[in-house]
Each structure stands twice: as structure tokens, then as C-alpha cells.
Design a protein around this ligand. Sequence first.
Ligand code: IPE
Ligand code: IPE
Ligand code: MG
Length: 252
Amino acid sequence: MNHLSSTKTVPDAGLMPKHIAIIMDGNGRWATKRFLPRVAGHVKGVDAVRGIVEACIKRDISFLTLFAFSSENWRRPADEVSLLMRLFVTALEKEVKKMHDNNIRLKIVGDLSRFDLPLQEAIQQAQELTAANTRLTVTICANYGGRWDIVQAVNKLTSANPSQNDITEEMLESHLSMAYAPEPDLFIRTGGETRISNFLLWQLAYTELYFTDTFWPDFNAKALDEAIHSYQARERRFGRTSAQVSGASKTE
Ligand code: IPE
Ligand code: IPE
Ligand code: MG
């Protein structure tokens, strides 16, 4: 499965990342710092998403994956959760048509069964409308958890093949919710925390990690370029030695 082999094939140093995955953190603190309610930070955060999607298109990035709501975020106060849901619905209503016009494929991954039915339907429609688009795939992780993803993959795999007992990595990977995408090359977390918070646990195995103190609403094209430059200055080795990677043979 070639498209899943980023942990096996070393991309040339200095290339643009193909897939960027972002934990959009710091909305609440952005707002609190300005004596605004936390929700104001989430509203500004949607604007930042728009800016970064545009920047990714200009930079020819193929996959952008955004962590919008984790399976743990239900633990927040009920009014913040319901506001986030409303924002999600509004953003879908406002942005999907524009995304479609820009040849963007939209995917929403996570345990969607916990969302209201109208939201589930809006998600379904947005995905269907944009399914054949090819310029950039934007994945929104909503009610997503990396552990949930691995467990749902195991469940799908074992229910499809009840007598299967030698499960391989490739078999499991093909049932992960983002099996349509290569593993992320570059992971970015805004907002100053240096943790993964149950994001793409399986897929981040060999991703280059980048953490910035910038709060998500302030994260713009220039900040994205800083992350990309940091990525381009690194040597990805996937277990090999530096001499091997800079030599001629880069694949298995
Ligand atoms: C990220 O910002 C957005 C979501 C988790 C939905 P936060 O809301 O976590 O902002 P901080 O971390 O409290 O500043
Ligand atoms: C991670 O942010 C999830 C999203 C950005 C959607 P959190 O702010 O919820 O992460 P923790 O709980 O502080 O690790
Ligand atoms: Mg946070």
C-alpha cells in the first residue's frame, strides 16, 4: 500500500510537506487575554481556519487535517460545548459551497454518531458534494480520538474477518478513519502545550512535530511558513543513519 508508506519511504529533504496536521489550540486563552468570553476565541479561530486553508492551497499542500473537537472536549461546560456545535453547523453552512468552488474535498472524521441528526446530515451532504474534488483535502477531526480510531479499526477488521488472527499493520491501517490520506509529514500544535492530546496516535509515528506558543486565532500564513521552514530544515531518517538517508538509496 504505497500511499500509506511514509514511514518506509524517506521524502527528499527540503520538500513541501504533503500532509500537515494541526491541533488548533489556544482559542480560549486568546479571548481571555482580551477580556472576552472564550467563545470569541472560537469565532476568531474559524477565521484562522479559512486563512490556513487558503495558504495551503497557495503552497500546493495536498492534505490539511485539523483537530476541531476531541472526544475529551465533551467534558467542557455544557454551554461551551453547545456553542462549539453551533459554530460547527454555521461554518459548514457558510463554507462548504466556497470550498467546493475552490476544488477542495472536505472530510469529517471522528465518532459522528454523537452529533445531532441535522449536523450528521449536513456533514454527509458536505462530504458527498465535495467528494470528487482534487486540489486539497481538508479533514476536520470532530469528536475524534486517536484511541477511538485504532479501536474502531480493530472492530471493523475483526467483524469483516472473524477468523483472522494474524493482524498486520497494513490491514489495520486500511481501516483507520483517514486511510485515504498519507501519514502527516508535519504536525503543528499552537497554543504552547507540548502534547498530542489523543490526536492521530497511529499516524503520527514518524511525523515531524512542531510546537508554537502562538494562539490559534493568531496563526496565519507567516506562522505556517515558519513551521514549514522548520520542517524543511530537518532530516527525516525513519530509523536509518544520516549517511544512509543522504546517500542514493532512500527507499526500502
Ligand atoms: C482549542 O482551543 C479549541 C478546542 C479545543 C475546541 P481551546 O478552547 O482549547 O483554548 P485554550 O486551550 O483553553 O486556550
Ligand atoms: C486539543 O485541545 C483538542 C483540540 C484542539 C480540538 P485541548 O485544549 O482540548 O487539549 P488539552 O485537553 O488541553 O490537552
Ligand atoms: Mg486548549
